[in-house]
Write a protein that binds this ligand. Structure first.
Ligand code: GSH
Length: 214
């Protein structure tokens, strides 16, 4: 059976993992197209038709021909289409989206940039490293306080797109130089999310090559 969705991405990309994880948790099969960022495949005219920002991921919904970009917006779309992880009340939907926007503002940037620097993909001056380390600590402290206060999930009583999105940033913290030893409540939340049906870890979800849905 033809898969409804095609995910275009890169196996080391956190935002690509977020979308792949959402699809997987929703039980959606998807074709995967691997782009070589070093060769600039995300800047070709063909790819810019899918993602005008020239970034991965991009998701194509073959049922209606829509091409979507920005992982948080894609998660929102998939929640709408699948009826899963969107939050079951207006309050939950609002809270989930507040966390999504907060994540991109405060959490993802320091973790992804320090990870890129550690892996040699990005140059940072010592003053920038210090700034991102301070920002990473502040963001992780915010999350730790939330879960220490007794919340199991970010919005309501069940996992939502907020948990999937922020998981796809926090899971890269060790590669950014923060092993999370000082964050037991965050680690408990990571374990809860990893216990959801159909969960697949980042190391197993995205191959370095393109793959058709099984
Ligand atoms: N906010 C975007 C971020 C996407 C992003 O930063 N993608 C990186 C790979 S992880 C990329 O394509 N970088 C190449 C570029 O920006 O030119 C999203 O969530 O989709």
């Amino acid at each position: 059976m033809t898969a409804r969705y095609t995910l275009h991405g890169f196996f080391m990309s956190g935002p690509t993992y977020k979308v792949g994880l959402m699809l997987t948790l929703c039980g959606e099969r998807f074709d995967y197209v691997s782009l070589n960022l070093r060769e600039g495949q995300h800047k070709t005219p063909e790819f810019l038709k899918l993602n005008r920002f020239g970034q991965v991921p991009a998701l194509v919904d073959t049922s209606n021909g829509k091409a979507l970009c920005q992982s948080a917006a894609i998660l929102d779309y998939l929640a709408d289409k699948t009826g899963q992880f969107g939050g079951s009340t207006l309050d939950e939907r609002l809270r989930a989206r507040e966390w999504l926007y907060w994540g991109w503002d405060k959490l993802d940037a320091p973790i992804y940039r320090l990870r890129g620097w550690k892996r040699g993909f990005r140059q940072l001056e010592p003053v920038q490293v210090a700034m991102y380390e301070t920002e990473r600590k502040a963001a992780l402290d915010t999350l730790e306080a939330w879960f220490t206060a007794g919340h199991h999930w970010l919005a309501g009583e069940h996992a939502t797109i907020a948990d999937i999105d922020l998981y796809g940033a926090v899971i890269y913290a060790p590669e950014s130089g923060e092993d999370l030893a000082a964050y037991p409540a965050i680690k408990g939340w990571l374990t809860r999310l990893e216990g959801l049906p159909h969960f697949v870890p980042m190391s197993a979800l995205l191959p370095p090559e393109s793959r058709k849905a099984e």
